[in-house]
Each structure stands twice: as C-alpha cells, then as structure tokens.
Design a binder for this molecule. Structure first.
Ligand code: FE2
Length: 184
C-alpha cells in the first residue's frame, strides 16, 4: 500500500452500512430518529385504516383526503430513511402497533388524527433541539422544511376538526364537508 492510499484510508470513516460518512451520527439522536420513523410509518397505516373506515361508509371525500394523508406519511418515512442512508446509517425498522379501526364519531376520529399530528410535531422538535445541542447542522437543515410542512398539517387538521365539530353529526352538514374534501 502506498503512503497516499494509507492516508485516504485514514481520513474516510465508514458508517455501519459501509458507506463513507462525513460526520458520524450521534447514537442518541439516531435512536430518536428511528422512533420518529416508526411514528411516520404508524401514521401511514393509521390514515390508511381511516381511509377504509370512510370508504365503507360511502364518504368518498373524507376517504380520498385520508388516502392522500396516508401516502404523505409514507413519503415522510421514505425521506427519513433516505436521510439515514445518506448519512451512512443502516435503517432500523421497528414494529408498528395495529391501527385503531373503530370510532364512536367522525369528531373522535379527527381529534385522534389531530393529536397524532401534534405528537409528530413534538417528536420533530425534539430531534431538532438534540441536533442543535450536538451541532449536527446537517440534520437541522434537513429538518427545517419538514417542520414547516408539519406545522401546516396541524393547521389543516385543526381546521377540519373545527368544521366537523360545527357539523355536530348532522348528516347534511357532514355531506357538505365530504363534498368540499372531494374537490380538493
Ligand atoms: Fe408525517
């Protein structure tokens, strides 16, 4: 081995996947990231289950809204997984709980969704503050647009919850919301 080769070997560190790593990822941060990935995957399955609940009740506007949400959560999961790969990590997939499939009312279901969005935001904020504390700027830059989109998502669910609360389970009002969602 030439002296140059030796130098190259020394300066490039490799992550667990064998890929070159510019800045190693903190293990504590990574554990929080894997947990967050599980939350995104859970949201994907939960929204898919809600999509089915509305499909079974012929509320196709609500159904397409939740199918879209479900797909959005899977895209978030891809984004996180691809970020781990880019940082030379292997992607750990944890078990996800079974989704809730029975609801007492549409309001309960939307409230549950709103809380799930708020939990996702808290988890993202936690990731953000850990990365800031350990000066992992790459992660902060990665999280910026994601946190922005997540805040918009909370707002969207708060708006939908407000409308559903106002409808107070009256079929004609629920059908109006349903057709509004279909137009989106
Ligand atoms: Fe998400």
């Amino acid at each position: 081995m030439t002296e140059n080769n030796l130098k190259t070997k020394k300066i490039i560190s490799l992550g667990p996947s064998g890929r070159a790593v510019a800045q190693p990822m903190d293990e504590g941060l990574l554990d929080n990231f894997y947990e967050h990935l599980t939350m995104e995957r859970y949201a994907n399955v939960q929204y898919f289950s809600i999509y089915l609940w509305f499909q079974e009740r012929d509320l196709d506007g609500f159904a397409s809204f939740f199918l879209n949400e479900s797909q959005g959560e899977m895209e978030h999961a891809y984004k996180f997984a691809n970020y781990f790969v880019a940082r030379g990590q292997t992607v750990k997939l944890n078990e996800i709980p079974a989704p809730v499939q029975s609801w007492d009312s549409i309001e309960d279901l939307i409230s549950y969704s709103f809380n799930m969005e708020a939990d996702l935001t808290s988890s993202l904020q936690q990731l953000y503050s850990i990365s800031e504390r350990i000066s992992d700027t790459r992660t902060n830059v990665f999280l910026d647009p994601i946190i922005d989109a997540q805040t918009k998502s909370e707002d969207e669910f708060a708006h939908l919850l407000g409308k559903v609360k106002f409808a107070a389970n009256q079929p004609s009002a629920i059908l109006l919301i349903n057709s509004d969602l279909k137009k989106k």
